[in-house]
Structure formats: structure tokens, C-alpha cells
Ligand binder design. Structure first.
Ligand code: ZN
Length: 496
């Protein structure tokens, strides 16, 4: 079927028909993690939103080059222009080298991403590996006169840029409001204007993360790496640039300014932003004590949680809300999501068990046949409408109802054509597994299942049901497990 993909573009605040620059290829750049601390649940929601975009575009036949960076140069605490270097600060705190901090949290991020079933990007470039390219972009912007050097630091001249271009085009912020909202320069600062941002900062003698440049030793400004790496791997203009809503301003606004100044073109055709995660209606924050790390949710290790929730439950929970809406986390919502996820997981098992009858009997029910096809179309319509996973899930449950009634014999499978039946089954399976990325979670305690089998074995022995005793032994042996009858009871071992 033809895919009329509509994507909400933050730049125009409207849903537009998605037209990739050179179909079937799509270039997508997502701002990745900053690796001086654990990835938070809110970040994870953002990465999940773009995992879905990546998966769905691939599903409908696009070849996607998905670039997600690792921010591993030390950015400063205060709007990236002042204060301490965050990575160096953490390194001091944990008594590590800055690059050990980077490695530790990059690895931690990858582990969580895997548990959460996020597909890895096509390229995962790191900021520290692209210093030369970043210096090159600074030079280009300096050449246009839209940046200036003071004491070995380079700043972007926002006021000058705004004379001919529009600073605030993405976020809709008005320059005059920004100016009146910003504090006066106190004379200590070297910037010319309060909105000017650093492209390159001179490193103080004690600053550990530093690189040589034409302006002396220093380090890149916060926004520079994404402009550089997106251009390097996707070209000056590519299809999608995304990130969390908190990155829209100033980060993405500044990226646009840098690219327009340095490369003469706005980088992305579509800007996408994933909305925030709240808890019990409140914003998540460390100071409120309600901020979560993913593993706290998976282990149930948080005072606001009644119990642990599995990674796929959390994934399903997040997908039940469209990425552009705020998502509120609560025990009730997670418990409901746990049930919903299990229904889908059971559906996967049931779907794999049913098949079209070999000798077709009975008449095709045209109306039913059409209805089932419509249900499949609905899943695509939902995803084509700005990746609406919430609606797609609702449609999947409608398909599941049909699958379940066919499985329990209340609906004769041969009332639909074999093509329709195959389409229904594969749409359900592909949407759950490939598009939504929900995988089956096997019981986390295989030992527990073994204990249950051992219980049956003991019972059978006590009742002298030797046929059953032998059957259990044989079954376990096939799985590489042998049972040992000892005076103290029954135990098991791996077959050697
Ligand atoms: Zn970025």
C-alpha cells in the first residue's frame, strides 16, 4: 500500500507529508547521551521515540542512515558557557580519568539500550573524535563575520546573525523577549551580547579536557558537535533531526544558526521533539526525589514504586502515549501496561499456533474479510500519522480479538481468504515485534520453573508413578539436565 507519511515538524508546527530528499534513503540525526552520568528514564523515552521512527521507516521500505552521537567532551555546567567541566567534575568525584568516566557511562547507556531493545544507530560518532571538523566549522563561521574571537575563545554573534536571518525560527522565541529576559553582562564576561554562545572556549590551565586549535588550547562549545557530525555523515541538509523537547532551545536553535552561518543552509528538513516524562503529574527532578534511573524501575528499587516492572512493560507503557504528548508515570498506569503487554505477548504465541486450514471449507464471508483487512490498514494509518503508536496499539488489540476467536474455535478461519489470514497474522507479528520492538520476556527465573518440575517429580516418586518419573527424567535430559536421587532429596545438575 502507498505510504502517505505525515510527520509533525517542529519548525512549521504542522503535519506535513514526509518527502525524503532522495527516496528511498532517509538521513536521521538524533542528539545522543551525555556520558558523565547514568541515562535517565526521561532520556530513555526520547531515545525510544526515535527508535520507533527508525524501525517504522525501515519497515515501510526506507533505507535509513541513523546517526546518534555520544557527547564526550566536557561541557560546562552553566549553559555550557561557564562553570565547571561536568566530565572533569565527575572524574574528580569518582577518582577516575575523564575518559574512564566517558567509557563507563557510554557502556552503561549501551547496556540499558539493549535491555530496552533499542536498535543501535548506523553510526555512533563521538564529539572527542571530531575536534578537527569542529575547529573547521568555527573557522568557516569566523570567515563569514558571524563570530568573533576574544582571549582565545570564539563566540557566535547572535544579534548580527539575526540582522539577515531569523534566530528563534525553531523555538518560536522572540529575540527581544530573550534579550529582556537575559541578565545584563556584568563587565566580567567577554561576550559582546548576552545571547551570544561559545563555539570554542579557551581552556584554563587546570582544565583537563583540552585540544590545540588556531586560537590556543581549548575545547568546543556545546552546540558545535551536532552541527559538525550531522553534516559529516548526512550532508549539509538531511531529513530528520530529533531529540528531547528540552533540546529545542537553545541547543537546536543554535545548531541551525551555526549551520546557516557556516554551511549556508538549515540542516534538517524535519525537526522532531519527544515530550517529557512526568511522575504522578509532577515534573521529574533530582531535587524532588522523584527522578528515576531505568534499573530502579526494572528492580522495583524506588520508594515511589509498589513493585518492579519489566523492561518490555515499561516500553509498552511508553508507547501507549504519542511521543509528542507528556507521559505520566504511575504505579496504576504501569500495572495496567503490564497486563496490556502480556496480552500482546500471549497474542504472539497464539498467532504462531494458528494456521490456515489445509482443505478450505465453507464460504468466504466478504464482510469479515474486508473488516480484517481494514484492521491491518488501520495500523499503518496510525503510524503514518506522525508515528502514532498509541492508536496503532489500539488497532493491534482489535486484530488480536480476531486472532483469539479464531484460536479458540469461535470463528472459522476459512471465512476469510488465505491471503487475508496471512496478512492479519503477519501484520500483528511484525507490528508487535519489528515496529514496536516488543519482544517476549521469558520467565526471569528459570530455576523457579525447574523447581516446579522437581516438585512434580518428587510427587510422582512418592506415589510410585514410575512412568511419569521416567518421563520427567527423559524430558529434562533432552534439555541437558540430569536428576540426582540422594538420601537428602532430589537435586539436579548439568549433564556432563
Ligand atoms: Zn545535539
Amino acid at each position: 500500500m502507498e505510504q502517505n507519511l505525515k510527520v509533525y515538524n517542529s519548525l512549521s508546527s504542522s503535519k506535513e507529508k514526509f518527502e525524503p530528499l532522495s527516496p528511498p534513503y532517509v538521513g536521521m540525526y538524533i542528539c545522543g547521551p551525555t556520558v558523565y552520568s547514568d541515562v535517565h528514564l526521561g532520556n530513555l523515552r526520547s531515545f525510544l521515540s526515535f527508535d520507533i521512527v527508525y524501525r517504522y521507516l525501515q519497515h515501510i521500505g526506507y533505507k535509513v542512515r541513523y546517526v546518534r552521537n555520544i557527547t564526550d567532551v566536557g561541557h560546562l555546567e552553566n549553559d555550557a558557557d561557564e562553570g565547571e567541566d561536568k566530565i572533569a567534575k565527575k572524574a574528580k568525584l569518582e577518582n577516575l580519568e575523564p575518559m574512564e568516566v566517558v567509557h563507563k557511562y557510554t557502556q552503561g547507556f549501551h547496556e540499558v539500550a539493549q535491555i530496552f531493545n533499542l536498535k543501535g544507530p548506523s553510526i555512533e560518532p563521538s564529539a572527542s573524535g571530531h575536534i578537527i571538523e569542529q575547529i573547521d566549522l568555527v573557522k568557516k563561521i569566523l570567515d563569514t563575520g558571524l563570530a568573533y574571537e576574544i582571549n582565545g575563545s570564539i563566540y557566535f554573534d547572535v544579534m548580527k546573525y539575526h540582522e539577515n536571518t531569523h534566530y528563534g525560527i525553531l523555538s518560536g522565541r522572540v529575540l527581544e523577549d530573550l534579550l529582556s529576559g537575559s541578565r545584563e553582562l556584568d563587565g566580567q564576561e567577554e561576550k559582546r551580547g548576552p545571547l551570544d554562545f561559545a563555539l570554542w572556549k579557551k581552556a584554563a590551565p587546570a582544565h583537563i579536557m583540552r585540544w590545540p586549535s588556531p586560537w590556543g588550547d581549548g575545547f568546543p562549545g556545546w552546540h558545535l558537535e551536532c552541527s559538525t557530525m550531522s553534516t559529516k555523515y548526512l550532508g549539509k541538509q538531511f531529513d530528520i533531526h530529533g531529540g528531547g523537547l528540552d533540546l529545542k532551545f537553545p541547543h537546536h536553535e543554535c545548531e541551525i544558526a551555526q549551520c546557516v552561518a557556516g554551511y549556508g543552509v538549515s540542516p534538517a528538513k524535519y525537526w522532531m521533539h519527544a515530550n517529557m516524562l512526568t511522575i504522578n503529574g509532577q515534573k521529574m527532578s533530582k531535587s524532588l526525589g522523584n527522578s528515576f534511573l531505568p534499573h530502579q524501575l526494572f528492580d522495583g528499587d524506588h520508594e515511589l514504586l509498589d513493585r518492579a516492572y519489566s523492561p518490555m512493560t515499561v516500553r509498552f507503557f511508553m508507547l501507549q502515549t504519542h511521543y509528542r504528548s507528556t507521559l505520566d508515570l504511575s504505579n496504576e498506569a504501569l500495572t495496567a501496561a503490564s497486563k496490556g503487554y502480556k496480552k500482546l505477548a500471549n497474542g504472539l504465541r497464539v498467532a504462531s499456533q494458528i494456521s490456515y486450514p489445509f482443505n478450505q471449507q465453507g464460504e468466504i464471508n466478504e464482510q469479515l474479510d474486508q473488516q480484517v483487512n481494514q484492521l491491518c490498514d488501520n495500523c499503518y494509518h496510525a503510524m503514518n500519522d506522525d508515528f502514532n503508536t498509541a492508536k496503532a496499539i489500539a488497532h493491534l488489540f482489535n486484530i488480536l480479538k480476531k486472532i483469539n476467536t479464531m484460536h479458540n474455535g469461535n470463528l472459522d478461519i476459512s471465512q476469510v481468504t488465505s491471503q487475508t489470514f496471512v496478512r492479519m497474522k503477519s501484520t500483528f507479528q511484525m507490528f508487535v515485534q519489528e515496529v514496536l520492538g516488543l519482544k517476549e520476556e521469558k520467565p526471569s527465573e528459570p530455576d523457579l520453573l525447574l523447581d516446579i518440575v522437581l516438585g512434580s517429580y518428587r510427587e510422582a516418586k512418592a506415589e510410585k508413578k514410575y512412568e511419569k518419573v521416567d518421563a520427567i527424567r527423559d524430558q529434562l535430559k533432552k534439555q541437558g539436565i540430569v536428576l540426582k536421587d540422594m538420601k537428602t532429596g532430589v537435586d539436579w545438575a548439568y549433564e556432563e
